[in-house]
Design a protein around this ligand. Sequence first.
Ligand code: MD3
Ligand code: FE
Length: 217
Amino acid sequence: MQHDLFAAPASGPERLPLADGAVVLPAYACGVADQLLAAIDSVVAQAPLRRMVTPGGQTMSAQMSNCGALGWVTDRAGYRYQATDPVSGRPWPAMPVAIARLATQAAALAGFADFFPDACLINRYQPGARMGLHQDRDEQDLSQPIVSVSLGLPMVFQFGGLKRSERPRRVPLNHGDVVVWGGPSRLRYHGVLTLKPGTHPATGDCRYNLTLRRAGR
Ligand code: MD3
Ligand code: FE
């Protein structure tokens, strides 16, 4: 066996730190994108995408569904996680293994060992859809990170501070990009600018985002 004295050091996938606790893994999910999209199709066949209503009475522009033991829902009564789909009354579909495995691996690469999500929110954006600046704080253990996976059309993510008044940075996210948010970045304000029309070979006219969380204990 010959050793290559000039071999590059092991580097693994590219990691771009955004801030303390926030890391972009560019294109990390590209190799499994088709598996993830097939998994999304099987989930939404059982728990159809729908537009939910905020406690303030606004209909959200992104369509949503969930898989895993807990699903994030909103209605006039508030934001919460629950074990059943309010449309069908049945438990949310199980989290497909391809989705859970990707999230655990991405979190580990970002420095968060032993991340085992129990909730996966599926957001589907069509042109014109957006998500305003907000914090994710409905989860029980805020020491657990969040992993997000972007699929399909590109969009611009808003990455803010711990106060709403802090002006967000704009971070373009493309098909296959994975972002891990935890530690001091866990409660940062964030949002998504209005999706522009386009066509992507993997998804057609839309963008999917998978948001993987540990919602319960
Ligand atoms: C930064 N979704 O569903 S995921 C959401 O692209 C949500 O659909 C967006 O925000 C989307 O709640 C963004 C990226 C994300 C998720 C959680 C974060 C970024 C975050 C928590 C803290 C800081
Ligand atoms: Fe969020």
